[in-house]
Design a protein. Structure first.
Ligand SMILES: [Zn+2]
Length: 410
């Protein structure tokens, strides 16, 4: 017999509708597959909200052997985390330890300064005792779920999302291995590494791409003969040819030598593919260069920026090294990509180093620009172009990282 239950018995009046949240996978995975993301740097306070009971544990640890210092009930409203007199206080409870881990139960989700993240939150007082860093410890797959939707549009072809998932998974494991052991975190949450927005960047499409490529990374032959992961750089629009990593980041790997890319032109907006002239005041340029590279001060006011090395691709070329001449007559050299991001740290006006440099009264003008980003590795718009033509994630990755292989590591 069919019993119809009145709706008001199922949904209690006054109950807040609770969004269905996907539980955080991989919470019991080995620590080598966790990523530490720097969320806040040198702060003295922040806010925390957690919809489930949580523990504060010490020491910093991925494993259950850590000691529970305090248990908390779920928080109805955000509470303050503050540092004062060298101690961290969470919701008015003070702790003497220099490092604390906030470990949410159930969905394993916490909200820091109103942004939701998965995994755990580590709070580390800096050596001067004046500020602390907030670091998100998150397993690799939920980390990727917070990256892919921030890096490319989720409505793009599923094969591009999968290619992006494999490239992003490989890249962060490589950065962790290369730099993580010397610091309290592995990756920044900005474009300096990969843009990570946490739960709000997640979607069904992104989770599908993450799950369909679960544990897959790219490897290549290293100079010592071993087969291992490599820095799978990627950028938005290569402008027609990807660049050799040696000329931009100084590292040499077979899959990163650069390939012709006929695909991104039809995908990128015309004003992104061919960017408008960008002008910067000469004094601003000199000052920004001095701040970032104090050794350039000996040159005096920068009076000339000349191409020193470039990669020629027929119709266009990418500047890879520039010669700087100063008012003292002294000269120095910079990688063109370093010059670009020093002059325009956002990279939104001076979009790439496929351009010409000209003097324009009291300004430097960057003309005839093509592409967006450093141009090394996978071209994201190009990958979308390939997928539209029916290419698979494997084919896209094989094209932009020639000589690489897909390997499943867990
Ligand atoms: Zn391209």
């Amino acid at each position: 017999m069919l019993v119809i239950i009145p709706l008001f018995l199922i949904i209690q009046p006054g109950c807040k509708p609770r969004q269905l949240v996907r539980p955080t996978p991989q919470m019991d995975t080995a620590s080598r597959y966790w990523i530490r993301v720097l969320l806040l740097n040198n702060v003295t306070d922040c806010t925390l909200k957690i919809d489930s009971p949580f523990n504060v544990t010490t020491p910093n640890s991925y494993t259950p052997v850590s000691t529970v210092e305090a248990g908390f009930n779920s928080l109805e409203e955000p509470v303050k985390i503050e540092l004062s007199a060298g101690r961290i206080t969470i919701a008015s409870r003070s702790f003497t330890e220099r490092e604390l881990t906030v470990y949410p139960s159930e969905q394993h989700i916490f909200s820091l300064n109103s942004n939701e993240y998965r995994g755990k939150l580590e709070l580390i007082i800096n050596p001067d005792g004046e500020s602390f860093d907030a670091v998100n410890h998150v397993p690799l797959e939920p980390y990727l779920a917070g990256v892919i939707g921030a890096e490319i549009p989720v409505y793009w072809e599923p094969e591009v999302l999968k290619a992006q998932a494999i490239a992003a998974r490989t890249y962060c494991l490589y950065i962790k291995k290369r730099f993580g052991k010397n610091r309290n975190w592995d990756v920044a949450k900005t474009q300096a590494n990969q843009v990570y927005l946490g739960v709000k960047a997640e979607s069904v499409q992104v989770w599908n791409a993450v799950n369909d490529t679960y544990g897959q990374v790219l490897t290549c032959k290293h100079p010592n003969g071993s087969e291992d992961i490599f820095p799978t750089y990627y950028s938005s629009v290569c402008g027609g040819h990807t660049e050799n990593s040696k000329n931009v980041f100084g590292d040499s790997f077979e899959p990163l030598v650069g390939v012709e890319c006929p695909y991104c032109k039809d995908v990128a907006k015309l004003t992104l593919f061919f960017w408008p002239m960008a002008q910067f005041d000469k004094n601003t340029v000199t000052n920004r260069l001095f701040r970032r590279y104090p050794q350039l001060k000996k040159l005096g006011q920068i009076t000339s920026i000349e191409p020193s090395e470039q990669s020629n691709y027929g119709k266009f070329s990418r500047l890879t090294k520039v010669k700087l001449v100063g008012s003292t007559g002294k000269t120095d050299f910079l990688r063109a990509e370093d010059l670009r991001l020093t002059i325009d740290p956002t990279g939104r006006r001076l979009q790439s180093t496929i351009c010409r440099i000209a003097k324009w009264d009291d300004k430097w003008a960057f003309l005839a620009g093509r592409g967006w980003g450093h141009g090394v590795g996978m071209c994201q718009c190009g990958a979308q172009g390939m997928a539209r033509q029916g290419k698979t994630a494997e084919q896209i990755l094989a094209y932009y990282y020639p000589g690489s292989r897909i390997k499943t590591v867990y």
